[in-house]
Design a protein around this ligand. Structure first.
Ligand code: SF4
Ligand code: FES
Length: 248
């Protein structure tokens, strides 16, 4: 396949970026999108140019780092896949593909397609954990009965990989699907009850401090989320927040 790539190039966080056009040839439909980017970078290196900087790690849809905008969509045209799992067979010979970084105040561009998503880490550190008493008397986890529906919903929420597609696809740059998932995975389990009040208050406070917008229920986040995280998690977070606020 021959393609025309229009890639956002930006030298550093303060530089003014622009779209640069690169023709590319020999792309196989079985390649992943990141393998196609590798081909581009090899070509650029061979031509003495600087390769395009982009984040990637697992290339298995687990780490959430391969975040980029492809033809105006977070992770590209396929549903429920990350960029590393997107195959080039989704494109046609002769296509033009525009590739840009995620754009949100909470995700400043570091270079080219790489953005700083440490805001998500700070939100997680604000309360996205449970304390475990390791005094030696810890109850066996399997002895605590948990309703199947709650276990399933908690597991579904825990599949959020922190990629930030929800933020990038939201017109308000809201991080509420991410935070909702991280609150929900503990709110539904007895182990999460101990810190339930402080968790939601602290995580929402940190989310606001990081410059993310509010949710106006447009649902773009749910559509673009590669892990199918449901809007129900935002509703649960709002209920948790209201209840925690009333407790003071
Ligand atoms: S909720 Fe979905 S889109 Fe948002 S960070 Fe988690 S996995 Fe990514
Ligand atoms: S590189 Fe890890 S999810 Fe894509």
């Amino acid at each position: 396949m021959k393609l025309t790539l229009k890639v956002w190039r930006q030298k550093n966080a303060t530089a003014k970026g622009s779209i640069v056009t690169y023709p590319i040839d020999g792309i196989d439909g079985d390649m992943s999108f990141l393998e196609m980017m590798d081909v581009l970078n090899n070509k650029l290196i061979n031509e003495g140019e600087e390769p395009v900087t982009f984040d990637h790690d697992c290339r298995e849809g687990i780490c959430g780092s391969c975040s980029m905008f492809i033809n105006g969509e977070a992770h590209g045209p396929d549903r429920l896949v990350t960029t590393c799992q997107l195959h080039m067979r989704k494109f046609k010979d002769g296509d033009t593909i525009t590739i840009e970084p995620f754009r949100a105040a909470g995700f400043p561009v570091i270079k080219d397609l790489m953005v700083d998503r440490s805001s998500f880490d700070r939100i997680q550190h604000a309360g996205g954990f449970i304390s475990v008493n390791t005094s030696g008397n810890t109850q066996d986890a399997n002895s605590i009965p948990i309703e199947k529906e709650n276990a399933d919903d908690a597991f579904a929420a825990a599949t959020c990989i922190g990629c930030g597609a929800c933020v990038a696809s939201c017109k308000n740059s809201s991080a509420m699907l991410f935070v909702g998932a991280k609150v929900s995975q503990f709110a539904l389990l007895p182990q999460g009850e101990v810190e339930a009040t402080t968790r939601v208050l602290n995580m929402v406070k940190q989310m606001d401090e990081e410059g993310f917008g509010n949710c106006t229920n447009t649902g773009a986040c749910e559509v673009e989320c590669p892990k199918g995280i449901s809007l129900e998690n935002i509703a649960r977070m709002n209920r948790e927040y209201l209840s925690a606020s009333l407790k003071g």
